[in-house]
Ligand binder design. Structure first.
Ligand code: TXA
Ligand code: MG
Length: 319
C-alpha cells in the first residue's frame, strides 16, 4: 500500500473536505480528524479506532470565535480562560448549539471544543474554515484503549490497516511536544471542573479565572480517557519506588533520570525533568512493546504541576 503519510496541508484539507479521514499533528498528541459536520466520516472515525460510539469527541476549531459557533452558552470565566490559553492544550466542555451532532456529543447537551496550537494543525484549520468547514472531530489517533500517538509513525503503526488506501491520510508534523492529551474543563457552572488533567494545571486555571477549581473524580465513559484502564501498552506496567526496581531481564524502566537502574533493565525513559517526562512517556511505553518487554517498571514523578497528568496516565496504564 502507498504510504498515507504526507506533509502537504492542502492535500490534507481536501481529503477532510471530501469526507475522508486524516490523522493530524497537535501539540498534545496526534488526532484522527474528520469533518465534524459529516456523520458518515465520523462513523468511520469510530470504526477505525474501534471506539464505542457513545463516547463523545472533541471538536477542533480555528479560534474562539469559531468555538462560539459550537457553544450556546459559555460562562464568562471560560471565555477568559479560552482567551488566555487558546491556541493551546485546553479543551472546554460547554452547552452545545445545533451544529454539534449527537454522534459528536454522544447525545449529551454539551460539546467539547479545543483550539490546537501546533502550527500545522492551525494552518489546516484555517484552510478548512476558508472552504466552509467549521471544525474537525479529532480523538487521539490510536486504537481504543491503547497509548496515544505522538508521531506520524505511531499513527501508521496503530491505524494503518484501518485507514482506506489512497484516500485517508496521515499529516506529519513531527513530534507532539506536550506529549499528553489536553486538559479538559467542564464549563457549565459558576466554577471550573477539571475532567482530565493535562499541561494546563488546576493552578493555571485558578490563577486565570480567580475561581476555586475542582477535579472530577467521576469515572464514567463520558470521558473515555477516564476509564480506569486506558493508555495501556501490551507490556505490564508496574509502579515502583525509585530504590525498589527489580533487576529483571525482560523489563524496562520509565521515570526521571538520576536513579540507579539495575543493569539488566532496559532504560526506556530517564527523563531530565517533568516536561521531558510528559513529552516522551507515550513514546517510551511504545518502545517497551517494540522491544518485546513483558514488564515496564515506572516511577511516578512528584509535584503538583504537569506531574499530576503524568501520574494520571501512568496509573491508568498500570491498571
Ligand atoms: O489533546 C487532546 O485532547 C487530543 C488531541 C488530538 O486534540 N484529543 C483527545 O481526544 O484526547 P480523545 O477522543 O481521545 O479524548 C477526548 C475526551 C474523551 O475522553 C471524551 O469522552 C471527552 O473528551 N469528551 C468529549 N466530549 C465530552 C463532553 N461533552 N463531556 C465530557 N467529556 C467529553
Ligand atoms: Mg484518546
Amino acid at each position: 500500500m502507498a504510504s498515507p503519510i504526507t506533509t502537504d496541508v492542502l492535500t490534507a484539507a481536501k481529503a477532510i473536505a471530501a469526507g475522508q479521514l486524516c490523522a493530524i499533528p497537535t501539540e498534545t498528541v496526534y488526532g484522527l480528524a474528520a469533518d465534524a459536520t459529516n456523520p458518515d466520516a465520523i462513523a468511520r472515525v469510530f470504526a477505525a479506532k474501534g471506539r464505542p460510539t457513545d463516547h463523545p469527541l472533541i471538536v477542533h476549531v480555528e479560534d474562539l470565535e469559531a468555538a462560539n459557533q459550537w457553544f450556546s452558552q459559555l460562562p464568562q470565566w471560560a471565555t477568559k480562560l479560552a482567551t488566555e490559553i487558546w491556541p493551546g492544550p485546553l479543551t472546554i466542555v460547554a452547552k452545545r448549539t445545533a451544529l454539534a451532532l449527537d454522534v459528536v456529543t454522544g447525545g449529551q447537551d454539551t460539546v467539547a471544543v479545543r483550539v490546537p496550537s501546533h502550527p500545522v494543525a492551525a494552518k489546516l484549520l484555517k484552510q478548512l474554515s476558508e472552504i466552509g468547514i467549521v471544525g474537525v472531530v479529532a480523538p487521539s489517533a490510536n486504537r481504543f484503549g491503547h497509548v496515544s500517538p505522538t508521531s506520524a509513525d505511531h499513527v501508521a503503526k496503530d491505524l494503518g490497516e484501518y485507514l482506506l488506501a489512497h484516500q485517508d491520510l496521515i499529516l506529519d508534523g513531527g513530534i507532539s511536544e506536550v506529549g499528553l492529551e489536553s486538559t479538559i474543563v467542564l464549563a457549565i457552572d459558576d466554577n471550573p471542573v477539571i475532567l482530565r488533567p493535562g499541561a494546563i494545571t488546576q493552578f493555571d486555571i485558578e490563577k486565570i479565572t480567580g475561581l476555586p477549581v475542582s477535579i472530577s473524580s467521576e469515572n464514567t465513559p463520558r470521558v473515555s480517557g477516564s476509564l480506569d484502564s486506558h493508555y495501556a501498552p501490551s507490556a505490564k506496567v508496574i509502579l515502583v519506588k525509585a530504590n525498589e526496581i527489580p533487576n529483571d531481564l525482560a523489563a524496562g524502566y520509565i521515570g526521571l533520570g538520576g536513579v540507579e537502574i539495575p543493569s539488566n533493565v532496559t532504560v526506556l525513559l530517564a527523563a531530565e525533568n517533568i516536561e521531558d517526562y510528559a513529552t516522551n512517556l507515550y513514546r517510551a511505553l511504545r518502545a517497551g512493546d517494540q522491544a518485546n518487554l513483558s514488564t515496564i517498571y515506572a516511577v511516578l514523578p512528584d509535584g503538583d504541576d504537569l506531574a499530576i497528568a503524568v501520574r494520571d496516565r501512568l496509573t491508568r496504564a498500570a491498571h
